[in-house]
Design a protein around this ligand. Structure first.
Ligand code: ATP
Length: 154
């Protein structure tokens, strides 16, 4: 039920580096290697793969993905930030709906069904977490998820 976030992210990022050699994946965190999130490692990995796949899929010239990990008292927050095509403001609230895809023609060329983010949202909410997006067309996209932290013996 618990995931050591940084250790797991390091492993996932290594796999993405092997598959996408032309991309830079940068993991940023401030001494959070001991932080534990209340989620199964399998589900955490599934969510991260969806977000990282999208970041790669919707990037063009700038092949860089930042993964930023922060914590507060109760939650650990993971942001996947890309410098790709971005999402129009009017579509931002809809990208977590099943089968919703921005710009059908462009998206179809990239493959996919519009299910990834809906699945990620279902999983995150199943662990009392939240997921949200911010983006600027032509500049890139950030998807953030917050998950409850595990606090040992306190
Ligand atoms: P799949 O079902 O394979 O994940 P998908 O990528 O179309 O396909 P979602 O992951 O649910 O489905 O994403 C929904 C839509 O949101 C996408 O079609 C795309 O238009 C937009 N989107 C998602 N992530 C990004 C991103 N990082 N940058 C730009 N657009 C994005």
């Amino acid at each position: 039920q618990d995931t050591v976030v940084i250790k797991t992210l390091n492993r996932i990022v290594k796999n993405f580096e092997l598959i996408h050699e032309d991309f830079d994946f940068l993991l940023h965190h401030n001494k959070l290697e001991n932080a534990v999130a209340q989620i199964s490692e399998n589900h955490f990995e599934q969510i991260m793969i969806i977000l990282l796949d999208n970041a790669v899929k919707y990037s063009e010239k700038v092949k860089k993905v930042d993964i930023i990990v922060e914590e507060n008292i109760k939650y650990i927050k993971i942001t996947v930030r890309d410098y790709g095509v971005g999402i129009p403001e009017s579509d931002l609230s809809k990208i977590f709906y099943r089968f919703y895809r921005v710009d059908k023609a462009r998206s179809r060329a990239k493959g996919g069904n519009g299910l990834g983010l809906a699945i990620a949202k279902k999983l995150v909410e199943g662990y009392s977490g939240t997921i949200s997006a911010s983006s600027k067309l032509g500049e890139g996209t950030s998807i953030s998820l917050s998950l409850p932290l595990h606090h040992y013996g306190r």
